[in-house]
Design a protein around this ligand. Structure first.
Ligand code: ADP
Length: 396
């Protein structure tokens, strides 16, 4: 079976062709600068990365360029488009309407559009990708896989904000959570590595990338997570502030003469480790600067680690215990220092890290010692494979 996985943004489109039964990526790449000029990156399995500059006025031309590359006589991985059995689309916000992935129908598109106000930058762009694929592959089934779906199992006590209840009733103001595909994938891998049933474990997943969130998974269900109505809440991130007293926003916006939208832009794009360090949003740059003695760079790293550890502690309390902790995404998979520093706050949970095993990068490894009370893992996430699997399961 061959599944085309699409992650469509406002001016970009990432894609992979995956055979989920063999867990094999046949080709991957992205289109950038859609609506501006156009750039296509295409890499077949085992082959060289190709970069071309086709004209991409809209997402339809971008999808067409991807399909042309996939079917190219020399470097393509498909003989014809009919080899694509289904398309899996990443959709950011499913609101309260979607607790699971689902086959895309016209009614369902309306339900996703109803969530657009909750994710105005992401959902409309995701749907443009769906429409472009429908236009070019009218008979191929499409599936929507939501970032929020996994967290729909959170109890009321975790997802409600302390705002007037009618805001929830009228506008659905609440915590939704994101990175659900990753938290679900990684927590399931933990159960496999533990050799225990998924519904018997209390696991905390730390997805630490440019965007970052922690999730408490109790008996196979998300019971709390750090991101909120939008991905802005929770941890310090590459450019996002994470938790902040809303009064601080009013205060600095007045001082800087910023509109509401401008203040939100500061919190989303100019804050986080970038805002604190003044160096970069990329953790590798910040680590290099900190090594050279840049104090603000070091502070941003310390704040990042502190917040992750604090939420792990909070979620151990929320679940009345924790069996396993998993680190994933860019930093979680690759950065031994971050993992070690987070775990050094957690010795009270009986956690000890095996320094040798912790040196791993991009591999599934148990990094805790054999006598650690809580098992700690580094686990590479694979959201595209998870989307391909969900898509395959639904269209079968
Ligand atoms: P996203 O998908 O949210 O863009 P990723 O999960 O790809 O983010 O993570 C990107 C972040 O991970 C970057 O800040 C990058 O610096 C960091 N990262 C990747 N590899 C390493 C490494 N070996 N050491 C430290 N940080 C790393």
């Amino acid at each position: 079976m061959k599944i085309l996985v699409i992650n469509c943004g406002s001016s970009s489109l990432k894609y992979q062709v995956i055979d989920p039964s063999k867990e094999e990526v046949l080709a991957k790449g992205l289109c950038e600068r859609i609506g501006i000029d156009g750039r296509l990156v295409y890499q077949p399995k085992g082959g060289e990365k190709e970069i071309t500059e086709p004209s991409l006025p809209t997402h339809t031309e971008a999808v067409q360029a991807v399909l042309d590359a996939l079917c190219n006589e020399k470097t393509g991985v498909l003989k014809s488009l009919s080899e694509i059995d289904a398309v899996g689309h990443r959709i950011v916000h499913g609101g309260e309407s979607f607790a699971n992935s689902a086959i895309i129908t016209e009614d369902m598109i309306k339900a996703i559009e109803a969530c657009n106000d909750l994710a105005p930058l992401h959902n409309p762009a995701n749907l443009i990708g769906v429409r472009a694929c429908q236009k070019l592959m009218p008979n191929v089934p499409m599936v929507a896989v939501f970032d929020t779906a996994f967290h729909q199992t959170m109890p009321e006590v975790a997802y409600m904000y302390g705002t007037p209840y009618e805001y929830y009733e009228k506008y659905k103001v609440r915590k939704y959570g994101f990175h659900g595909t990753s938290h679900s994938f990684v927590s399931q891998r933990v159960a496999v590595l533990e050799g225990k049933p998924y519904d018997s474990l209390k696991t905390i997943v730390c997805h630490l990338g440019n965007g970052a969130s922690v999730c408490a998974v109790k008996n196979g269900k998300s019971v709390d997570t750090t991101m909120g109505l939008s991905p802005l809440q929770g941890l310090l991130m590459g450019t996002r502030s994470g938790d902040i007293d809303p009064s601080a926003i009013e205060y600095f916006a007045k001082k800087e003469n910023l509109s509401f939208a401008e203040a939100m832009n500061v919190l989303n794009k100019k804050s986080g480790v970038l805002g604190i360090s003044g160096v970069s949003s990329d953790f590798r740059d910040i680590e290099a600067a900190a090594k050279e003695g840049n104090k603000r760079a070091q502070l941003s790293l310390d704040m990042f680690v502190y917040k992750v550890a604090k939420y792990v502690g909070a979620y151990a309390a929320a679940m009345n215990g924790v069996d396993c902790i998993a680190f994933t995404a860019g930093l979680g998979e690759n950065d031994a220092t971050t993992r070690k520093n987070v775990c050094s706050y957690l010795e009270f949970l009986g956690i000890t890290i095996d320094e040798e095993k912790n040196k791993t990068r991009g591999e599934e490894v148990k990094i805790s010692t054999d006598d650690s009370k809580v098992r700690v893992y580094a686990i590479p996430t694979n959201e595209e494979l998870a989307i391909a699997r969900e898509t395959a399961a639904l269209v079968k």
